[in-house]
Design a binder for this molecule. Structure first.
Ligand code: ASP
Length: 293
């Protein structure tokens, strides 16, 4: 983690905590903390999102609150800075949970969300590039790269962003926002916008926000499985560890989780070599670290 990333994580924790301290809902703390990270360009979300193999930045995000189990998400949206706010708008302004692609992007623009170029400068456009992306040779190369995905993400040094929070009314919330993984095929969607996989929140169990290789997280439905264990009385650290171990054992997955129980116990757990994250309960300074092993 660079000093700039550590500073940005600290700022996000402070903004989230101060909102909670003033009585704001957990949902707002989660959204606003994630907006700081999306805005910075220092993480794989918002301004810093990875591009897909055709040079376009397509982003995924979701948000959920634990009292009424309301949730909103966007997948593969382009041209906006804050997908997490688009996800919240889907939750609050529509009767749906998930909007995708160009119509999802149009919805976000219609709601007045800040825009950014869909293709960062320096990334070539053109139909020829798309044909190359789907050639058998490229697909073979892509398969090889996918099996070393965690190493690739480490090299890139930018991670997906997420947050969990507990407010003064006892409600919890979780959210996540991502530009996906390195070198992904156009149209690829990971776990982040899929409720129960990348994010879950229920006042009767807990709040979970995931990072890692989405192709594995989806197949184990990790966030919901961790919450189910919390509901059975398991401690956050044990619930997260057991499910992440299963992810590794069953499908050689790689991931990290933020887990928060309704009573305030929490765990930051990862089976990747590192995971930049932090926490704050308002006492002293926020804790921000590169590894929680
Ligand atoms: N989970 C994200 C995805 O698969 C990527 C990440 O967390 O690094 O899209």
């Amino acid at each position: 983690m660079t000093a700039a990333q550590a500073g940005c994580l600290t700022a996000a924790l402070e903004i989230g905590y101060h909102l909670l301290d003033r009585g704001a809902p957990a949902l707002t703390a989660v959204e606003q903390a994630i907006r700081v990270l999306e805005q910075s360009g220092l993480f794989n979300a918002g301004r810093g999102s990875h591009v897909q193999l055709d040079g376009v930045r397509r982003m995924d995000a979701s948000i959920m609150e634990g009292q009424d189990l309301q949730a909103g998400a966007v997948a593969s949206i382009e041209g906006i800075v804050h997908p997490i706010s688009a996800a919240r708008l889907v939750m609050e302004q529509t009767t749906h949970v998930l909007l995708v692609g160009k119509p999802g992007s149009a919805f976000a623009r219609h709601c007045g969300l800040e825009r950014q170029p869909r293709r960062p400068s320096g990334h070539a456009a053109g139909k020829a590039a798309m044909t190359r992306v789907w050639s058998p040779k490229t697909l073979e190369l892509y398969r090889t790269m996918m099996s070393s995905g965690p190493a690739l993400r480490k090299r890139a040094g930018k991670e997906t962003v997420g947050a969990v929070a507990l407010d003064q009314t006892g409600t919890i919330a979780a959210g996540a926002s991502t530009g996906g993984i390195d070198l992904m095929l156009p149209g690829r969607v990971g776990d982040t916008p899929i409720i129960g996989c990348g994010v879950y929140a229920d006042n009767e169990s807990g709040a979970v926000s995931m990072t890692g290789l989405g192709e594995g997280i989806i197949r184990i439905a990790v966030a919901k499985e961790i919450c189910d264990r919390l509901a059975q009385g398991e401690r956050p650290v044990s619930a997260a560890t057991q499910v992440l171990k299963k992810l590794v054992r069953r499908i050689k997955g790689a991931a990290g989780s933020l887990v928060l129980a309704p009573d305030g116990r929490f765990a930051i757990t990862h089976v990747t070599p590192r995971m930049a994250a932090g926490w704050w309960n308002g006492k002293g300074r926020p804790t921000v670290r590169d590894s929680f092993q």
